[in-house]
Design a protein around this ligand. Structure first.
Ligand code: SF4
Length: 349
C-alpha cells in the first residue's frame, strides 16, 4: 500500500515464525529495497517501508522465494492469522494454526481487517489483541470458539476447531457481516451452535523481555527492528508477537530488556499521510514521565493501538488532543496542544 514515505509491504509469517534463512533474507530485502528498518505490527506482522515503485517487483519476488509471501494473492489475503507465539510443535495452537493455513481456500472473501486468533495454549495470551474469530482456552480447560465482541464462546470437540471457524466465517458473510466490517460490530444473533456460555480462561501474565524457554525475548522500541543490527543476531529462528517483543530462538541473552514497553506510538508524520503530528520522538520524551500505558497516535484511527491507553495523545490538525483511559478516537480532555505544551503538562519543558 502507499504511505507517506513510499510503498509499504506487509509480510505475514506462517505461524508467526521465520527461519534463520527467512530472517536474513528479509533483512537483506529491507536494506536493498526498503528503508533498512522492519516494523512489527500489533498483529505480529512485519512491514518494510520506503519501497519505491521500481523496487516493488523484485522485493515481492524475493519474499515469495523466501516463502514469506504466498504466490497466490487470494490465499495471501486470507492469511490474517494471529498465533499465540509461545507454541510448541504439535500442541493445540500449532496443530490448529497449521490446519487453518492448509484450508485457507475454504474461507469466504472477508473484509480486509477481519482476522483470526489461534490462542490455544494454557491461557489466552491474545485476549487483548485484534482478531474477529478466536479459538482460545476456556475457563473449563477445553478449547472454545468465541466471536469477538461476545464475552463467552462455545466449547469445541477436539479436532473440530477449524471446521467451526470456517462455518462461523460463512455465517458472518451470509448474515451481512461484511457491511459491519468487523465481527465486534456485527450484532446479528449468533447461530445456536456458536452461541455458548463458556468464558475464556483468565489471561496469563504478559510476556516480558529477557530470558525465555525458547531462547530470549527481546524488546523492540516502537516495534522497529534495524535490519543491519538484526542480521548480526545468531538466532536460529524468530517468532513475532503483537507486543513489540520478538522471540529469538536459541539465543542466550536478550538485549533491549529495558525498553519501555508501555510506551508506544504509531509511525506518525511524515511517514503516514494521515498523520498531522510527529509521534515517536514525543513518546520517547514522555516515557519517563508517565507511570501507566502511553500511546501517541498520529490520527484518530489509532491503528497501532485499538484498546484504550492510560494516557492517549492523538494528532489532529497539527496539534495534540489529550485523553485519559481512552482510545485514539475518544473525546479529548484537552485539545490543540503543541508538543512543548504536552511536555509541560507532564512536568518538563
Ligand atoms: S494511526 Fe493514523 S497516523 Fe498513525 S499510522 Fe495509523 S493512519 Fe497513520
Amino acid at each position: 500500500m502507499a504511505a507517506g514515505d513510499g510503498l509499504l509491504v506487509r509480510v505475514r509469517p506462517q505461524l508467526g515464525r521465520l527461519t534463520r534463512e527467512q530472517m536474513l533474507g528479509l533483512c537483506d530485502a529491507a536494506l536493498a529495497w526498503g528503508n533498512g528498518q522492519i516494523d512489527m505490527t500489533n498483529r505480529a506482522n512485519l512491514q518494510i517501508r520506503g519501497v519505491t515503485e521500481h523496487g516493488l517487483e523484485p522485493l515481492v519476488a524475493k519474499l515469495v522465494a523466501l516463502g514469506l509471501v504466498d504466490p497466490d494473492p487470494a490465499r495471501e489475503a486470507r492469511r490474517a492469522i494471529l498465533v499465540a507465539p509461545e507454541w510448541t510443535v504439535s500442541d493445540d495452537t500449532h496443530r490448529i494454526a497449521a490446519e487453518l493455513e492448509r484450508r485457507l481456500s475454504e474461507l469466504p472473501d472477508l473484509p480486509g481487517k477481519v482476522g483470526f486468533a489461534i490462542d490455544a495454549g494454557p491461557a489466552p495470551a491474545l485476549h487483548a489483541d485484534p482478531a474477529d474469530f478466536r479459538i482460545e482456552r476456556g475457563a473449563e480447560g477445553g478449547l472454545i470458539l468465541r466471536a469477538d465482541g461476545r464475552e463467552s464462546g462455545v466449547a469445541l470437540p477436539p479436532g473440530s476447531e477449524v471446521d467451526a471457524l470456517i462455518a462461523l466465517t460463512k455465517w458472518f458473510v451470509a448474515t451481512g457481516g461484511c457491511d459491519a466490517g468487523r465481527m465486534a460490530r456485527h450484532r446479528a444473533p449468533l447461530p445456536g451452535w456458536a452461541n455458548g456460555s463458556e468464558r475464556p480462561a483468565p489471561p496469563p501474565a504478559g510476556l516480558t523481555a529477557g530470558r525465555h524457554d525458547l531462547g530470549a525475548a527481546q524488546g523492540l522500541p516502537f516495534g522497529r527492528i534495524d535490519a543491519e543490527t538484526f542480521r548480526a543476531s545468531d538466532a536460529r529462528a524468530i517468532r513475532t508477537t503483537p507486543w513489540r517483543i520478538v522471540l529469538l530462538e536459541g539465543v542466550a541473552h536478550a538485549s533491549n530488556t529495558n525498553v519501555h514497553l508501555p510506551t508506544d506510538a504509531c509511525v506518525g508524520a511524515p511517514a503516514c499521510p494521515q498523520a498531522s503530528v510527529e509521534t515517536r520522538n514525543l513518546a520517547t520524551r514522555l516515557a519517563p514521565l508517565i507511570a501507566g500505558r502511553l500511546h501517541v497516535s498520529g490520527c484518530a484511527k489509532g491503528c497501532a493501538r485499538a484498546a484504550p491507553a492510560d494516557v492517549m495523545l492523538t494528532g489532529r490538525g497539527g496539534r495534540y488532543d489529550l485523553a485519559f483511559d481512552a482510545r485514539a478516537d475518544a473525546t479529548p480532555m484537552l485539545s490543540g496542544l503543541s508538543a512543548s505544551q504536552v511536555l509541560t503538562y507532564f512536568g518538563t519543558v
